[in-house]
Design a protein around this ligand. Structure first.
Ligand SMILES: C[S@@+](CC[C@H](N)C(=O)[O-])C[C@H]1O[C@@H](n2cnc3c(N)ncnc32)[C@H](O)[C@@H]1O
Length: 261
């Protein structure tokens, strides 16, 4: 990719992770960036409680992925970031979770760099670690899980979309992002590749928000559980022995946060 030798825009773009929902999970640095921003471009999964922390008077623009081809939508977001960096000194690109975990942060950083625009990254708590914590599921645990893998289930049904054999090993926690519509495939493929039908699983919907719902079962019952509770995005599917520990942190007991075994 061609890179410009000198920076031609005055503005700096900060790619900021908003975490999984609870504003208390923002980093101090992310909060400072929101309070110093001249302009904030935010995604669909950023909660209204977090948007409320943006400096009064800052220009705000919604850039959630809606209809249209994802690549075309991404190009138009990049173009908006270029334009806004020409207009404002401190532009915050605010994304759910961590910008570099299934957040297209890398693509935006490459585009900004190629356009000669100064940028920085402020990491956030990704959904897997935030939802695991609030649901009482340690993603690694001595004797149960020596390994954790974050997987996008976006193309799980496609040929070669997911390396099922590597995820089917016992002792590996697997966290599927964007997996709600692929739950029957996850259940079938993991068992087909040797993961035990009795492996504990958890579904975490709207994790780290007052609407959080957590449901636990075993791998063979995953799809019927999701149907029964009418699981909605955003949700994570956590597969692994750690999902059976049955821990109940206070975060799972606050009013409005349901935990069902
Ligand atoms: C495009 S990915 C963005 C991930 C984000 N960059 C991160 O680090 O968490 C969106 C997916 O993340 C998961 N997700 C994000 N926030 C969530 C939440 N509060 N509860 C459950 N899952 C969440 C869902 O699987 C959702 O489909």
């Amino acid at each position: 990719m061609k890179r410009h030798s000198s920076l031609s825009h005055a503005g700096v773009v900060s790619l900021v992770g908003a975490g999984p929902g609870d504003p208390d999970l923002l980093t101090v640095r992310a909060l400072r960036a929101l309070q110093a921003a001249d302009c904030v471009v935010y995604d669909r999964l950023v909660s209204s409680d977090i948007l409320a922390l943006i400096r009064a008077g800052a220009y705000r623009e919604y850039a959630g992925k809606g209809v249209g081809r994802p690549s075309a939508v991404q190009q138009s977001i990049n173009a908006r970031l270029f334009a806004l960096a020409g207009q404002y000194r401190r532009v915050v690109r605010l994304k759910g979770g961590d910008p570099f975990i299934f957040g297209r942060g890398g693509e935006e950083a490459l585009a900004l760099e190629a356009a000669g625009i100064a940028w920085e990254i402020i990491p956030g708590i990704t959904a897997a670690t935030g939802c695991g914590a609030y649901a009482g599921i340690p993603l690694t645990h001595r004797g149960l899980a020596q390994q954790v893998t974050f997987v996008t289930a976006h193309r799980a049904s496609a040929e070669g979309g997911v390396d099922w054999a590597s995820l089917a090993r016992a002792g590996c926690t697997v966290v599927f992002y964007m997996g709600v519509s692929e739950i029957p495939t996850i259940e079938a493929q993991l068992q087909l590749h040797g993961r035990s039908a009795s492996t504990p699983v958890a579904l975490v919907e709207n994790g780290c928000t007052p609407q959080q719902r957590v449901f636990c079962d075993t791998l063979e019952g995953l799809a019927s559980l999701a149907r029964q509770v009418a699981l909605q995005a955003p949700a994570l599917v956590i597969v692994g022995e750690v999902a059976g520990l049955g821990l109940r942190p206070l975060s799972a007991l606050i009013p409005g946060v349901a935990v069902a075994a």
